[in-house]
Structures are given as structure tokens and as C-alpha cells.
Design a protein around this ligand. Structure first.
Ligand SMILES: Cc1cc2nc3c(=O)[nH]c(=O)nc-3n(C[C@H](O)[C@H](O)[C@H](O)COP(=O)(O)OP(=O)(O)OC[C@H]3O[C@@H](n4cnc5c(N)ncnc54)[C@H](O)[C@@H]3O)c2cc1C
Length: 537
């Protein structure tokens, strides 16, 4: 019988991120994954700014930056009739090499396919001797009691069954989550379509089509927007054609790959086919994210249209939220209510991501009706193309202008944050307004020594004292020490940081979200610490 504090089921990016977060916090865990860890036809490509901020904290951002996707490759999104036809419009997104991070984060979005990103997480998790990654191992059954979870797993190499006892089990086992279904937790949502993925290798595709490079091409022909063609690995000429909705009932055997490719490219070429898959585009959120000692994260609890690139990124933020709470609980300073705040905080964010992704998908559907004029070589055709192109950049292009979505999520009504009575800013998917209001991600500012304010947070609670006249905080420090809560006080004098944070005292928790702010000490420092650690009386 094996024992582990945390058993993670599923070694996709979310399970791996949880193993990294727990490993980084010194918490032992075992991850089991039924596959062998190899990704043949990757799904995820865009690692958003918030995930990159987590990677920065883990010390693996450089590995993501230097992944094999060429740094000088334009990340533009282009709308075309076909790859060899007319270009209707373009959303410019400069190559990684030519753009520094923006004013609101030390990081920028990276294009890094899952076939590179997952191994970066695997390698990082493996640097911790207390983290065990077990591939070709499947969860069969589990049961929980008041004191723990007992799981039966099977080694798929030799068929041997084992029992494993854990204090907590986390199901990161994807859309068909066995863990979620076994717990009887339902999904609330709808099916949005049946896309087809065709992965292929085609050297010199852009030259053959006479097309200026971009990362993503949406095709809009006489029938409207119907597919996207994406470069996955420019060095190895690996592409993916996605038919946005091929309708139900298709099988890989009945798909006419060549016909789809010819329609997307506007010409016939021979390619090396790498894989075909059909999947269901869903828009759904689980009714609950936990049950007793069992938690769920990632696609197991939210299934999104990929429009907006939010699926994995939302799941990784789940893992970070749950990770520090598990660590605090296992280390003894988290209160009884800390872990239950996971559902309260993350489920509304899952709903937010699912709804936004569906809205972005519907922007494409809005342009589902095409016109024969789009391909007409005439002045009238050119005028239709200009009008359609402008509308596509405005509407379908929205999913690529999402700074507010990426870093503007906040935990409203969280049971472990202390509201300060101020109203929330508008939750705008595009525009981001930094805020140190409780529940928000603590804002980024450069500190002048190459560090960002974000680099101050991570291990325990951080109490910022802003300015020379900020109150003495020894009462808070001693109440935290009495409860073995790791708390570091940091004095910040830079006026631009004080202006951004607006208050003289700001408390930031391990995941970088503000939990409390004020200009004076609270009436009862012990009660404040108890609220923040989920131990409110
Ligand atoms: C076309 C497309 C493009 C996308 N692009 C993006 C993007 O740019 N950015 C983004 O953020 N997201 C994107 N996504 C979404 C993203 O791929 C998923 O959200 C992400 O992979 C979910 O990760 P996960 O770890 O939760 O689940 P999964 O990746 O599904 O991993 C679950 C793992 O659990 C394992 N497992 C299941 N059951 C068991 C069991 N009983 N025992 C052991 N192991 C088990 C499975 O083998 C699997 O490896 C995209 C999705 C698609 C379809």
C-alpha cells in the first residue's frame, strides 16, 4: 500500500501544473496518467499572460520563451478567402522577439504548443524529489472517508493493481472525467458543434500559396467562415486545419480530408497527414468543483470552445488556486474553510471563461453566411471584401484582444477575502484596469531592480507597507506568527507603486491575489488572519 498526501489523476497540462505548484511548495504528491506523456496531435498553442506569470514564479518562463516556435515568426491572425486567395483583413500580433511585455505584466503571451509546453512542466515537476509522475497508470476506483481517500490504480504496462492512500485526490482527468462522473457531479451547458482536426506536414505551404506569414488563418468563402488553418511548428512545417463544425456523425474514415484541404488552400497539394480527430465543442461548467476530500480542476470541470485560448489557461489558474490552499492545509496553517473557498472562487471564473469562449465562437457564427461576391474579381467584389474584412477583424478578432480576460479575473464574494466596500470595475474582456481591490490580482509595477511587484508574492502571505507613514504592523505579524502563518512584511517606497496600490497596507496571498487592504490596522488583527486562512469563527 502506497501513501501520498495528494493524488493527482491526469497528466495533462492542468495535472502537471498542480504537481509543479505542490512540488514548488514542498508538498509531496503522486500524479498518475494513463497515457505515456507523448503528444502527437497537440491542441493548446497559446500560453496566456497569467499562465506565463505563474511560469515566471516557477522559474520556467525562459524555457517557454525558448521553445522551438521561432521568436521572429509573426503571430498575426489573417482572414482569407483561401490561403491562396484574397486576404480580407489581419489582426497584427508582432513576433515574440519584437515586442516587450506591456505595462500591466512582466510577461507576454507565448505561442508554445502543448507538445513543448507539457514536457516543460513534466521536467520541472521531476526536479522535485517529493513529486512522483507515473505514466501508463490509470485510476480505476476510489472511495473517501473522513480521514482520506483510497484509490485503486492499475499499471497498464503489467496489469498490476495497487492501492494508494491519499489525504486528498484531485481529478485533472479531462472532459470525460471519471472522478467527476463517479462523484455524480453534473455539467451544466450545451454542445456547440462537431469540429474536425486535420494535422498535416506541408513544407513551404505559405510560399506555395503566395501568402504572407501569419500564425492563424480563418477562411471565409462564399459560405462564410468555415475553417481555420494554424501553424503549429514552423520549423517542421506542421499545420492544423480545423473545420469549425463538420456536423455530427462523421468518423475519421468518412472524412474527405483532401476535399477540406483543397477548399481551405484554394489549390491541391500533396501533404503528409499526421492525424485526424473529431471532437465535440462544448460550453459547460460542473455543478461543483469538490466533494469532501476530492477536488476537480481543468477540463474536468469546465469545457470551453477554444475560441479565446482560455481552456488550459483557466485550468492552470485552478491548479494554482487549489495548490496553495492544499499546501497551507497540509502544512497546518490553513483553516477548515480554506479548501472550500476553492469552489467559491474558481467556479465563477470557470463560468466566466466558458461564457466568453462561447461568445467569441458566436462571433464566428455571425459571419457564417457568405456571399459569392467575396471571390469575384471586380470592384464590387473588392468592396465586399473590404467590408467583410473589417467586420471579421472587429468581431472574430475580439478573441485575440483579451488582456482583461487574461489578468482581470477577480474573486468577488470570496469567503477568504475582506471586501473594502468599493464597487468592482467593469469586467471588460479587452481592456484591463489594474486594481488592488480585494479579490483582484495584485497589480504589476517594476521595482527598479529588474523585479516586478509580482516577484514579491508566492511563498506565504505578503503584507505591503506602502510609504513612510504606513502604520506599524507588528500586531498583524504577531497574530500571524501565533497561527504559524508564513507572513512577510515588505516596505515599498516607490511613488508609482503607491499610486497603483492606493492604500498604505495591502495583504497579498500566495497566488498573488489581494485579500485585504486598508490605511490603518484592522480592529482585530487575529480575526483578520483567521479570515484570510479560512479559519473564521
Ligand atoms: C483546438 C483546440 C485548441 C486549444 N487551444 C488552447 C489554447 O490556445 N490555450 C488554452 O488555454 N487552451 C486551449 N485549448 C484547451 C486545452 O487544450 C484544454 O483546456 C487542456 O488540454 C485541458 O487540460 P487538462 O489537463 O484539464 O485535461 P486534458 O489535457 O484532457 O488531460 C487529462 C488527462 O487525464 C488523463 N486521464 C483521464 N482519465 C484518467 C484515468 N482514469 N487515470 C489516469 N489518467 C487519466 C488523460 O489521459 C489526459 O492525459 C484548446 C483546445 C482545443 C480543442
Amino acid at each position: 500500500m502506497q501513501k501520498t498526501p495528494v493524488l493527482i489523476v491526469g497528466g495533462g497540462p492542468v495535472g502537471l501544473a498542480l504537481a509543479c505548484e505542490l512540488g514548488w511548495r514542498g508538498i509531496a504528491c503522486t500524479l498518475i496518467e494513463q497515457g505515456d506523456g507523448t503528444i502527437v496531435t497537440p491542441k493548446m498553442n497559446e500560453v496566456n499572460i497569467r499562465t506565463m506569470e505563474f511560469c515566471r514564479r516557477w522559474g520556467i518562463a525562459e524555457a517557454v520563451h525558448t521553445c522551438p516556435f521561432p521568436p521572429d515568426y509573426p503571430l498575426d491572425v489573417a482572414f482569407v478567402t483561401t490561403l491562396s486567395g484574397y486576404e480580407l483583413g489581419r489582426v497584427p500580433r508582432p513576433p515574440r522577439i519584437s515586442e516587450a511585455s506591456g505595462p500591466h505584466s512582466p510577461m507576454r503571451l507565448q505561442v508554445c504548443s502543448q507538445m513543448w509546453f507539457d514536457p516543460i512542466l513534466q521536467n520541472f515537476a521531476r526536479t522535485f524529489p517529493h513529486v512522483s509522475l507515473r505514466y501508463r497508470t490509470r485510476l480505476e476506483t476510489f472511495e473517501q472517508s473522513e480521514s482520506g481517500v483510497r484509490a485503486e490504480i492499475i499499471d497498464l504496462e503489467n496489469g498490476r493493481r495497487e492501492r494508494i492512500d491519499a489525504q486528498y485526490l484531485v481529478g485533472c482527468d479531462g472532459a470525460n472525467s471519471v472522478v467527476r462522473r463517479s462523484l455524480g457531479i453534473g455539467l451544466n451547458g450545451e454542445t456547440l458543434g462537431h469540429p474536425v482536426h486535420l494535422h498535416f506536414r506541408a513544407p513551404n505551404l505559405l510560399e506555395t500559396c503566395g501568402r504572407k506569414p501569419a500564425t492563424f488563418f480563418f477562411t471565409f468563402d462564399r459560405h462564410g467562415v468555415w475553417s481555420s488553418v494554424r501553424i503549429i511548428d514552423p520549423l517542421n512545417a506542421m499545420w492544423r486545419l480545423m473545420v469549425i463544425d463538420a456536423g455530427p456523425g462523421l468518423t475519421p474514415e468518412t472524412i474527405d480530408r483532401k476535399a477540406y484541404l483543397r477548399r481551405a488552400l484554394g489549390l491541391s497539394i500533396e501533404v503528409e497527414w499526421l492525424g485526424t480527430s473529431i471532437w465535440t465543442r462544448r460550453s459547460a461548467v460542473a455543478d461543483r468543483y469538490s466533494n469532501g476530500r476530492i477536488f476537480l480542476a481543468g477540463d474536468a470541470v469546465h469545457q470551453l470552445s477554444p475560441t479565446g485560448g482560455l481552456g488550459m489557461n483557466t485550468g492552470i489558474a485552478d491548479a494554482v488556486d487549489l495548490g496553495w490552499k492544499l499546501a497551507a492545509t497540509l502544512s497546518g496553517w490553513g483553516g477548515d474553510g480554506l479548501l472550500s473557498s476553492y469552489d467559491a472562487e474558481r467556479r465563477p471564473i470557470g463560468t466566466r471563461s466558458v461564457n466568453m469562449a462561447a461568445e467569441f465562437h458566436s462571433e464566428g457564427e455571425k459571419h457564417g453566411g457568405g456571399t459569392a461576391m467575396i471571390e469575384e474579381d471586380s470592384l464590387a467584389g473588392a468592396s465586399v471584401r473590404a467590408r467583410v474584412g473589417e467586420a471579421l477583424v472587429r468581431d472574430v478578432g475580439r478573441q485575440f484582444r483579451t488582456l482583461g480576460l487574461q489578468i482581470g479575473y477577480r474573486y468577488e464574494a470570496s469567503p477568504i477575502c475582506v471586501p473594502d466596500g468599493t464597487p468592482p470595475d467593469r469586467d471588460d474582456p479587452e481592456n484591463f484596469v489594474p486594481s488592488a481591490r480585494p479579490g483582484s490580482r495584485a497589480p504589476h509595477a517594476w521595482l527598479g531592480d529588474g523585479r516586478s511587484t509580482l516577484d514579491l508574492y508566492g511563498r506565504g502571505l505578503v503584507l505591503l507597507r506602502l510609504g513612510t507613514d504606513s502604520p506599524d504592523v507588528s500586531a498583524i505579524e504577531s497574530e500571524a506568527a501565533a497561527r504559524r502563518v508564513p507572513l512577510q512584511t515588505i516596505t515599498v517606497m516607490q511613488p508609482h507603486v503607491m499610486q497603483l496600490y492606493q492604500h498604505r497596507l495591502v495583504m497579498v496571498r500566495p497566488d498573488g491575489h489581494v485579500v485585504w487592504r486598508a490605511n490603518a490596522l484592522p480592529p482585530n488583527a487575529g480575526e483578520l488572519i483567521d479570515k484570510l486562512r479560512g479559519a473564521e469563527a
